[in-house]
Design a protein around this ligand. Structure first.
Ligand code: GAP
Length: 461
C-alpha cells in the first residue's frame, strides 16, 4: 500500500469517466475540438499539460523499444500511402464494420455492439419515447477516411488516410533490412497518427476518429513466432506495471478465432478496467507472413530474408499496437484520487513521475517578499533546464499545492522565511505529503535522483 500520512482519509473507487473529463477540461489537458463551432464529435484538442503527458508517454514507449533494446529501429512513414497498399493489406475489402440504422430514433449502431446499446434491447423501444425501434439490415461500412490526391476528384486520384501505421512499416521492410543492416529477429517501431471513421466513437478519448498509434512490427523466423508472441505479451504487460498502472486493473485476454483480424493467427488484448468496464488497451498479434506476402504479390518486390547460409524465408511478424489515447485515459483513471487531508479535500493525479507533465513546481511562500521571489526564481531557472518545471506565485500556498496535485506534479519546492536564513527549502512529495528540508543548492540533484529511482508504489485497490 502507498504510505498514507496521518490525518489523510482515502476515498476508494472515486473515479468516473465524468470526473476525469472534468479534470482534463478544468486543468487544460484536453478540450473538445472546434469547440467554438459546437465541437465535432469524438475529436479532441490537447492543451499544454495534455501535450506534455502525451509526449512523455511516447518518449517512454520509444525508449523501451529503441533505447533499452538494440534490436529495434525507428521509422516515420507517410500518412497517405499508395492506394494499392490498402488493397494489398486487405483494408479496402475487409476493414469494415456492420452498420445498422434505426429509422425511428435515427441512431447508428455497430451490429456487433447492438446488444450492448440502448436501442434494440428487448423490448426494443426508442429510448425515452416508447416507440418501436425500426432497424435496417446490417450493411458493411468501411472505416477508412477517403481523400483525393491532386486537383481532379476522380476515382484514379482516390487515396486514404492510414487507419494503422503498420502498413508504412511493411512497405519499408526492404529499406530497413538493407540500410539498417538488420537480420531477424528485429523490429521497426513507429509512432504516428491514424484515422478511422468509427461508427460508434465515444467514451472520451477511448474511441476517437484520429489517434496516435504506437506500433512495433517484430520480424522473426517462422519457427520462433510463437515464442516471440508470448514474449511480447509479457514485455508489454510489464511496461504498464512499470509505469504504475495497478495490476488488479490489468489483464491479458486471448482472442477466440472468430474475433481475430483477417491477418492474425493469434491475438491477445491487454485490457484495462476503465470506468466503462474491461476494454482493450493494447493488442498484441501474431500476423504471420500475411503482410509481407501480400505486399510482395501486389508490388512485385520480394519482401523476404536471405540468411548468410543462402536460405530464403518470409519472416513472421509479431505486433504490439496501442494508441497514446488509450494509455492517456488509463493513466488518468488509474492516477485519479480524492482524499481529505485534515479538514480539506484534495483531488490528486498520482501519475508516475516519469510521465507527469510537470516534474516540479517552485513556490515562494509569500509572493510579495522580494527575497523569497528572487530565490525562488533563481531555483526555478536552474530546475527548468533539467526538465519540465513551473513557477507559481498566484494565490494562497494551499491552493497552489492543490493545483499542482491535480495536474500530477510529483514535487513542490517552497521557498520560505527559513530559506532566507539558511538557504534550505522544503520539498513536498505529492503522494505522501511528506515535507523534507533540502539545501537549495542540492535540489536539482535531489530531484534528479528521486526521478531516476523507479517509482513502484502500488496505489492499492
Ligand atoms: N495494426 C494493428 C491495429 O491497428 P487495432 O486493434 O485495430 O490493431 C491497435 O488497433 C490499437 O490502437 C488498439 O489496441 C487501441 O489501443 C488503438 N485504437 C484503435 N482504434 C482506436 C480509436 N478509434 N481510438 C483510439 N484508439 C484506438
Amino acid at each position: 500500500m502507498r504510505p498514507v500520512s496521518e490525518g489523510v482519509e482515502q476515498t476508494k473507487d472515486v473515479v468516473t469517466m465524468d470526473k476525469v473529463v472534468s479534470l482534463c477540461r478544468r486543468r487544460g489537458f484536453v478540450f473538445p475540438s472546434s469547440e467554438i463551432y459546437g465541437g465535432l464529435g469524438s475529436t479532441y484538442d490537447y492543451g499544454h499539460y495534455g501535450v506534455l503527458l502525451k509526449n512523455n508517454i511516447k518518449a517512454r514507449w520509444m525508449e523501451a523499444m529503441t533505447q533499452e533494446r538494440d534490436d529495434i529501429v525507428a521509422l516515420d512513414s507517410a500518412v497517405i500511402l499508395h492506394p494499392r497498399v490498402w488493397e494489398a493489406s486487405g483494408h479496402v475489402d475487409v476493414f469494415a464494420d456492420p452498420l445498422i440504422d434505426c429509422r425511428a430514433c435515427k441512431h447508428r449502431f455497430r451490429a456487433d455492439h447492438l446488444a450492448a446499446s440502448q436501442c434494440g434491447r428487448q423490448p426494443s423501444k426508442v429510448p425515452g419515447e416508447g416507440r418501436e425501434c425500426d432497424l435496417t439490415e446490417p450493411r458493411q461500412f468501411n472505416l477508412m477516411f477517403e481523400t483525393t490526391v491532386g486537383p481532379v476528384q476522380d476515382s484514379a486520384a482516390k487515396a486514404y488516410l492510414r487507419p494503422e501505421t503498420a502498413q508504412g512499416i511493411f512497405v519499408n521492410f526492404k529499406n530497413v533490412l538493407q540500410l539498417a543492416r538488420r537480420r531477424p529477429p528485429f523490429g521497426i517501431a513507429q509512432v504516428g497518427r491514424s484515422f478511422r471513421n468509427e461508427i460508434t466513437p465515444g467514451n472520451f478519448l477511448f474511441r476517437v476518429l484520429e489517434f496516435e498509434q504506437m506500433e512495433m512490427e517484430f520480424f522473426v523466423p517462422p519457427d520462433d513466432a510463437d515464442r516471440w508472441y508470448r514474449t511480447w505479451v509479457d514485455e508489454r504487460f510489464a511496461w504498464y506495471l512499470r509505469y504504475g498502472l495497478r495490476e488488479s486493473r490489468l489483464r491479458v485476454r486471448p482472442h477466440g478465432p472468430e474475433e481475430r483480424s483477417h491477418y492474425s493467427s493469434a491475438t491477445s488484448d491487454i485490457e484495462y478496467l476503465y470506468p466503462i468496464g474491461w476494454a482493450e488497451l493494447e493488442g498484441i498479434a501474431n500476423r504471420g507472413d500475411y503482410d509481407l506476402r501480400r505486399h510482395t504479390e501486389f508490388s512485385g518486390t520480394k519482401l523476404e530474408y536471405v540468411d548468410p547460409g543462402g536460405e530464403r524465408y518470409v519472416p513472421y511478424v509479431i505486433e504490439p499496437a496501442v494508441s497514446v489515447e488509450r494509455i492517456f485515459v488509463a493513466l488518468l483513471v488509474d492516477g485519479y484520487d480524492e482524499e481529505v487531508v485534515g479538514e480539506r479535500g484534495r483531488t490528486v493525479l498520482r501519475l508516475h513521475p516519469q510521465l507527469a507533465p510537470v516534474k516540479v513546481a517552485v513556490l515562494p511562500l509569500i509572493a510579495k517578499d522580494e527575497g523569497m521571489v528572487e530565490h525562488a526564481r533563481r531555483l526555478y531557472e536552474e530546475l527548468r533546464r533539467e526538465g519540465s518545471a513551473e513557477y507559481d506565485d498566484g494565490g494562497a500556498i494551499g491552493r497552489r499545492y492543490r493545483r499542482q496535485d491535480e495536474i500530477g506534479t510529483p514535487f513542490a519546492v517552497t521557498v520560505d522565511e527559513q530559506t532566507l536564513e539558511d538557504s534550505t527549502v522544503t520539498v513536498r512529495d505529492r503522494d505522501s505529503l511528506a515535507q523534507e528540508r533540502v539545501e537549495s543548492g542540492q535540489v536539482t540533484r535531489y530531484l534528479r535522483d528521486a526521478l531516476a529511482r523507479a517509482w513502484r508504489t502500488p496505489k492499492g485497490d
